[in-house]
Structures are given as structure tokens and as C-alpha cells.
Design a protein around this ligand. Structure first.
Ligand code: ADP
Ligand code: MG
Length: 348
């Protein structure tokens, strides 16, 4: 959290734009056969294929989407790739390339940009995607990162948000709420640190949820798993804003309703214990906390046997006809209407 005064600081202006681009991208290697030409010309060149192409972009702005006082730049680089790969996997596709554009103020030394790109490179290597280009410019204040991911999907495999049908089961991968709670812990520690910089935080009890916030993993394994199980989801979306708002996207685009069962929502034990400590409702956190990057999808009830025992997947409810609305069935067996509050609703 502390800025190390002894750390080397090479000013970006010493290198110039081209020197910087060359410096930060020279360690990247290309692995995808579809990448014909990566960085270094006016445009990258990709080989066309029989499959359909997926393209998705996210823009992350300092002070809006991340806070560098607790987000190390390496993690930021990694996460900015993850949020895009997650969108490709949510279409039931595979990711092959990314571009990365950055705007940085001269408050950042070269070493900071190296850290950012170390995270981007780790993400590229771990997920097998090629960095094929981008743009670099200056900003008057702060840092801004835009990543575009390019992927592929067989025409018959693509899954939209709009295909859910009455009686379909609603399934989530992994567990929910951790990333939001990790952020709460980090923000609390930041405030403690501001009051007393000598206070070293003990974060052992929060390791899982902090990792969920700082180093999320996109669920590359889920489209593959579904293929192995012989299941094609009827609709799918990634959970960036909380279960509630994502299921509402599926319902509105599919013109259906839903029932989510509170007691079925998958929660890590650390989420439960931290919710108790912070005195927040864990269901609320799962429904409205953001940034878990799990996948939410619907499958035909005929596929239940194929998914039921899988440790990565949890059935949390089912689709209904639209007129029944979108509801949460509580542990007390009461039905309450779901609201797409997003995680700002938790900030009261
Ligand atoms: P142009 O003037 O044609 O926009 P640039 O000088 O901006 O070209 O970029 C030169 C090469 O470096 C291009 O291949 C571009 O895609 C790549 N590039 C520029 N900035 C970045 C970046 N931040 N990350 C990755 N590649 C980059
Ligand atoms: Mg350019």
C-alpha cells in the first residue's frame, strides 16, 4: 500500500511513446494460430475462420472502477483482461486475442506501466490469448485502460441472453459475493491505514475474498465443461453486477420470469463469516454485490441429471412465465420481488 520511495522511477517522457510501446510489449509472444500479425504494423492481421467472431470491450477508469491505493497495478492489468475474457466465455466461446489501450498521466513512472503489463502478460499466458495491439496516449490525470477481447464460437454453440424458456433451470458457477466483500475489507483497511500508517493489517481471515476482488479469474473452464457434459445453455451472462441484475437481464431479453431460492445461493464460508462481522445480509451481497465474474446460465430441465452433481455448478432457481415476475423465494418461503439494485444499493 505504501509507495516505496527507494523504488526506481524512470519518467515516461525519457522513453517517448514508441520507446514505451516497444519496452512494454517486447516480452509478449504469440501463440494463437489465428494471429497472423500482432503488434508492430498499422493494424493486426487475423486469419478468418468458419466460426463466428466475438468482440467485446471494457473501459476502466481510475477513481471510477478502481482505486490504486489498494489495487496493485499488476492486479489491475490482470483484472482488466479478465473482465473482457469473461464476456467472451459468457457467449460460450473461446478467447484468442486482446488489444490494450492505455492513457497515463506523467505521475506514473515507467516501472508502474511495467507492473501493469506484467499483469496483462500473466493473464495472456494463463488464458492462452495473444496481445495483438492497442494504443498509448497521455492523460492529464490518472490512468485509464481499455481492453478489447476477440474470440470465436461455433455458430451452433453461441449462447445469447435471450434464449431462456419457462421451466428452464437457473445455474451459477462458483460462489457469489466474495469480490464485493473483499472490497469492503480493503476499503476498511485503507481507512485504518490513513489514520495510522504504522498499523499493519492482518488480512489472513479474508484471503479468499480479497483475492476475489484483486485477482478474479474468468470462467474459461465452464464453456468447456458444458461441452463435455453435453449441455448447451439456453441463455448465459457473466455476473459482473450481482446475481439480481444479471438474471433480470436474462429475463427481460428472454421475456420470461424467474424464481431464485435464497437457500440455494452458493456462498463461501468466508463470505458468510465476513457478512456476520460487517453485519450485512449475505443474500443481499450475492444478489447485489459486483465483480464475481462467475457465469449465470439457464438449461433445459431435461439436462438436470447432467449438471446436478457437478461441484462447479449450483442450481439456484428456475425460469417461469413472464407474468409471474422475477422473484426471490426466501428461507422463510416468502416471495419477494427481485430488484436490480447493483452494488451501489449496498453502499447506504
Ligand atoms: P499508430 O500510429 O498506427 O496508431 P502506434 O504507434 O500507436 O501506431 O502503435 C504501434 C504498434 O504498437 C501497433 O501495432 C499498436 O497496435 C501497438 N500498440 C500501441 N500501444 C499499445 C499498447 N498500449 N499495448 C499494446 N500494443 C500497443
Ligand atoms: Mg496509435
Amino acid at each position: 500500500m505504501l509507495e516505496d520511495k527507494n523504488q526506481a522511477r524512470t519518467s515516461l517522457s525519457e522513453l517517448g511513446e514508441f520507446g514505451l510501446i516497444n519496452h512494454i510489449t517486447k516480452h509478449f509472444t504469440l501463440k494463437q494460430t489465428s494471429t497472423v500479425k500482432g503488434i508492430g504494423d498499422d493494424a493486426a492481421v487475423l486469419e478468418a475462420s468458419e466460426q463466428q467472431t466475438l468482440i467485446t470491450t471494457d473501459l476502466l477508469v481510475e477513481g471510477v472502477h478502481f482505486d490504486l491505493s489498494y489495487m496493485p497495478l499488476k492486479h489491475l492489468g490482470y483484472k482488466s483482461v479478465m473482465v473482457n475474457l469473461s464476456d467472451v466465455y459468457a457467449m460460450n466461446g473461446s478467447a484468442e486475442q486482446i488489444t490494450v489501450s492505455i492513457a497515463v498521466s506523467n505521475r506514473f513512472p515507467l516501472e508502474a506501466i511495467e507492473e501493469l503489463y506484467a499483469g496483462i502478460q500473466l493473464a495472456c499466458e494463463t488464458y492462452g490469448v495473444d496481445l495483438i495491439g492497442g494504443d498509448t496516449t497521455s492523460s492529464t490525470k490518472g490512468i485509464l485502460i481499455s481492453v478489447t477481447a476477440i474470440g470465436k464460437v461455433n455458430k451452433e454453440d453461441v449462447v445469447y441472453r435471450s434464449g431462456a424458456k419457462d421451466t428452464d433451470l437457473i445455474v451459477v458457477s462458483g460462489d457469489l459475493g466474495g469480490a464485493y466483500l473483499g472490497l469492503q475489507v480493503l476499503e476498511r483497511e485503507k481507512q485504518v491505514f490513513q489514520v495510522n500508517p504504522n498499523n499493519q493489517p492482518d488480512l489472513d481471515n479474508y484471503s479468499y475474498i480479497i483475492e476475489r476482488q484483486l485477482k478474479p479469474e474468468a470462467r474459461k473452464d465452464i464453456p468447456k465443461l458444458l461441452q463435455e457434459l453435453g449441455v448447451k445453455p439456453t441463455a448465459m451472462i457473466d455476473i459482473s453486477d450481482g446475481l439480481s441484475s444479471e438474471i433480470m437481464h436474462i429475463c427481460s431479453q428472454s421475456k420470461v420470469g424467474c424464481k431464485i431460492y435464497e437457500d440455494k445461493i452458493p456462498l463461501d464460508p468466508q463470505v458468510i463469516s465476513t457478512c456476520e462481522e460487517f453485519d450485512i445480509d449475505s443474500t443481499m451481497v450475492a444478489l447485489s454485490g459486483g465483480e464475481d465474474y462467475e457465469l449465470l446460465f439457464t438449461v433445459s430441465i431435461d439436462d438436470y441429471d447432467k449438471i446436478k452433481a457437478n461441484p462447479h455448478l449450483t442450481v439456484v432457481g428456475h425460469i417461469t412465465e413472464q407474468a409471474a415476475g422475477m422473484n426471490l423465494v426466501t428461507r422463510a418461503n416468502q416471495e419477494i420481488e427481485l430488484k436490480a439494485q447493483g452494488w451501489n444499493a449496498l453502499q447506504s
